[in-house]
Write a protein that binds this ligand. Structure first.
Ligand SMILES: NC(=O)c1ccc[n+]([C@@H]2O[C@H](COP(=O)([O-])OP(=O)(O)OC[C@H]3O[C@@H](n4cnc5c(N)ncnc54)[C@H](O)[C@@H]3O)[C@@H](O)[C@H]2O)c1
Length: 330
C-alpha cells in the first residue's frame, strides 16, 4: 500500500467539522497533518480530538511544511481563492470548497496559478459524486428520456431560525453579503446542470425575492435557464424562510421522467414502458464526501486531471453570475 497522503486542512468551521474531518479520518489513504483556523482555539480543540500534531491560525505555517502533500480548504468563498493560490505556489494540491470564488476574475487567477505552478485544484462539488447522479447522467446520455429535457430543481436548505440557531443566522447573513443563494447553493445546482446537459448556456432569466428588508441580497431566487441543445432548467433556490417546500430534482423528457430523491436516496426512471430504481445503501452525504476524497487522492497519485476541477468551477460560477446579473437588471 502507498504511503498515506499528508493533508493540511484550512478553515475548521461547519462543513469541515461535520463532513471533511470525519471523511479524512475514515480514509486509510490519508493522514491529517495540520489544522488551521483564524480562530486558534477552534483549530486546537479539533487537533486534540483528531490527534493532529499541528494546530495554527497562520496558514503559512502549514504551507511551509514540506511534509504536507495537499490541502483541503473549507473557508468562506471570498477567502478561499487567495488561500488556494498560496497553496498551489507552495507546491500543494488543493481540494477547495465551492464556490471556488465569488467573482470570475478571481476564479481565473486561481486557474492561472494552477497552470503556472503545475499543481492542481479539485472543486468541492460534492454531490456530483456517486452512483445516483452518474446513473441519471447515463440515462440522459443513453437517450432514455428523449430530448429536449426540462430540469426542475429546488434547493431549500437554510431555514430561518435566528433565535434557535444564532450562529447559523450569522453565518448565512455574512454569506448573503457576498451574493444571493444562487451564488452559494447555486454552485452545486449549476454544476449538476453542466454535468448533466453537457451543453452551453444560451440564456438566463432570473428573479430574486428579498423577504426581509435587512437581508443584503435576495433570499429566494427563481431562474429559467435555456441551453444551446434546447434543454430548459427551472431552478428555485431559497434561504431563510420558516418553512420550505420539499427540495426537487426531476428531469422530464418526451420519453419519460427521472426523479432524484435525496431523502429516499434513490434515482428512478419512469418511461412509457418501464420503471427502474437505483438506491444508495450508504448514507448519502457520507457517500458523496467519501467518494470526493477518494477521487482527490487517486488523482494526486496518478497525476490525472482533477475532476471537477477549475474548468468545472469556472463553468458553474459563470452560470451563477449570469443569474446574479439577471436578478440585478430587474
Ligand atoms: N460541499 C458542501 O456540501 C458544502 C456545505 C456547506 C458549506 N460549504 C462551503 O464550505 C465553505 C465553508 O462553509 P462553512 O459553512 O463551513 O463556513 P464556516 O463559517 O462555518 O467556516 C469557515 C471557517 O473558516 C475560518 N476562516 C476564515 N478565514 C480564514 C483564514 N484566512 N484562515 C484560516 N481560517 C479562516 C473561519 O474561522 C471558520 O471557522 C463555504 O465555501 C461553503 O460554501 C460546502
Amino acid at each position: 500500500m502507498n504511503n498515506p497522503i499528508r493533508i493540511g486542512l484550512i478553515g475548521c468551521g461547519d462543513i469541515a467539522v461535520t463532513r471533511h474531518l470525519p471523511a479524512l479520518q475514515a480514509s486509510p489513504q490519508v493522514s491529517i497533518a495540520a489544522l488551521c483556523d483564524a480562530d486558534l482555539d477552534r483549530a486546537s480543540q479539533l487537533a486534540v480530538q483528531y490527534e493532529v500534531a499541528l494546530a495554527t491560525s497562520d496558514y503559512t505555517q502549514l504551507l511551509d511544511d514540506p511534509s504536507i502533500d495537499a490541502v483541503v480548504i473549507c473557508t468562506p468563498p471570498w477567502v478561499t481563492p487567495h488561500l488556494t493560490i498560496a497553496s498551489l505556489h507552495a507546491g500543494k494540491h488543493v481540494l477547495c470548497e465551492k464556490p471556488m470564488a465569488v467573482d470570475l476574475e478571481t476564479a481565473m487567477k486561481v486557474r492561472e496559478a494552477e497552470q503556472s505552478s503545475g499543481y492542481q485544484v479539485q472543486i468541492g462539488f460534492t454531490y456530483r459524486h456517486g452512483p445516483l447522479l452518474e446513473t441519471l447522467r447515463d440515462w440522459i446520455r443513453d437517450d432514455k428520456l428523449g430530448s429536449p429535457l426540462i430540469y426542475r430543481l429546488g434547493i431549500f436548505d437554510e431555514v430561518w431560525d435566528p433565535q434557535g440557531n444564532p450562529e447559523h443566522y450569522e453565518r448565512i447573513s455574512r454569506t448573503m453579503e457576498r451574493g444571493s443563494p444562487s451564488i452559494h447553493d447555486g454552485a452545486h445546482m449549476a454544476d449538476f446542470l453542466n454535468f448533466l446537459t453537457g451543453s452551453a448556456v444560451a440564456d438566463v432569466q432570473s428573479f430574486g425575492l428579498r423577504t426581509r428588508s435587512e437581508f443584503p441580497s435576495s433570499n429566494y431566487d427563481v431562474s429559467v435557464i435555456r441551453f444551446e441543445n434546447g434543454d430548459i432548467a427551472k431552478v428555485e433556490i431559497g434561504w431563510f424562510m420558516p418553512r420550505f417546500p420539499a427540495g426537487e430534482f426531476e428531469v422530464v423528457g418526451p420519453r419519460g421522467i427521472a426523479i432524484f430523491d435525496r431523502t429516499a436516496q434513490t434515482v428512478q426512471l419512469k418511461s412509457e414502458t418501464t420503471t427502474q430504481t437505483v438506491k444508495l445503501e450508504e448514507e448519502y452525504f457520507e457517500s458523496c464526501f467519501r467518494i470526493q476524497l477518494d477521487k482527490f487522492i487517486r488523482s494526486i497519485r496518478t497525476g490525472e486531471r482533477f475532476v471537477p476541477g477549475t474548468k468545472e468551477g469556472i463553468a458553474s460560477l459563470a452560470l451563477t453570475k449570469a443569474i446574479e446579473k439577471s436578478i440585478q437588471e430587474r
